[in-house]
Write a protein that binds this ligand. Structure first.
Ligand code: SAM
Length: 246
């Protein structure tokens, strides 16, 4: 996979991909991540990427010409014929694990990081395939939001995580993950649940499944609507509901 991040502040994205597991994915050749300076696609002496809004009002707008030229050039260089162009915007679709999973199957992503008041509307309507928001709040720019997308997509690339790790984690199968413990077995009078020390893997699996159901029921009951539940899971959830009713 190749990911091009188009930004006027490439320095902001220098760090996140040069450490830890994302760096390892880059080193292993699972993904190529390029920081593309939008100013390198300007043609004027001042390398102008923004301008004032027509109709007046505050703030600046990213101009269409450098963005169109950048995206067209990057698509051509990738040569996949099916690049996905993403605009980071608080007005976009909420980013979810299922979207990350879908994107992890693509060959080339171009992610446009907005700034100031955002981008010229023609970019949105004619250049972009997807508009993504990482939550209902407004950031100063799209760089941090884009880093979130890259991180969540790259960790789903084949060869990054073991199959077991990605199958069990939160949102896979629409459930939140079970709690985790590590050594020591007792810390400040807080004990690790006995079952985890038992060595009985069938019991441990069942305990984890039930904790996962309980967590989801308590914190994100909305997820249960789409969860893949066995008859045994349903009985367990009924017990939780009955305890609450009593
Ligand atoms: N004027 C815009 C509006 O009200 O919708 C907000 C612009 S914001 C200050 C500047 C840039 O930050 C946006 O163009 C976008 O790229 C990015 N951004 C801000 N919040 C975001 C969010 N929640 N998700 C994704 N990108 C965001």
């Amino acid at each position: 996979m190749k990911i091009d991040l188009v930004t006027i502040f490439p320095g902001l994205l220098d760090g996140p991909f040069k450490e830890s597991m994302i760096k390892r994915a880059v080193d292993k050749g699972l993904v190529e991540i390029n920081l593309v300076d939008l100013r390198s696609y300007t043609r004027d002496r001042h390398r102008q990427v923004d301008d004032t809004p027509y109709g007046g009002g505050c703030g600046m707008i990213l101009k269409p010409e450098p963005l169109f030229e950048a995206v067209e050039d990057l698509k051509g260089k990738a040569g996949t014929g099916n690049s996905v162009v993403i605009l980071m915007t608080p007005q976009g679709t909420s980013f979810k694990q299922e979207v990350a999973r879908r994107l992890s199957g693509e060959k080339h992503l171009v992610i446009i990081c907005g700034r100031y008041e955002g981008v010229d509307e023609r970019v949105r309507s004619a250049l972009v395939d997807m508009e993504i928001s990482i939550g209902d709040y407004v950031l100063t720019g799209g760089e941090l939001a884009a880093a979130v997308i890259v991180d969540s997509v790259v960790r789903l690339l084949p060869g990054f995580l073991s199959e077991e790790a990605s199958e069990n984690e939160s949102f896979s199968g629409s459930l939140l993950e079970h709690p985790h413990y590590t050594r020591p077995p007792v810390y400040r009078d807080m004990e690790v649940p006995e079952v985890l020390l038992s060595g009985n893997h069938a019991k441990i699996d069942r305990w984890r499944r039930e904790q996962s159901l309980k967590r989801t029921y308590e914190r994100r009951p909305d997820l249960l609507e789409h969860a893949d539940l066995t008859p045994r899971d349903k009985v367990f959830l009924d017990t939780l509901r009955n305890v609450e009713d009593d």
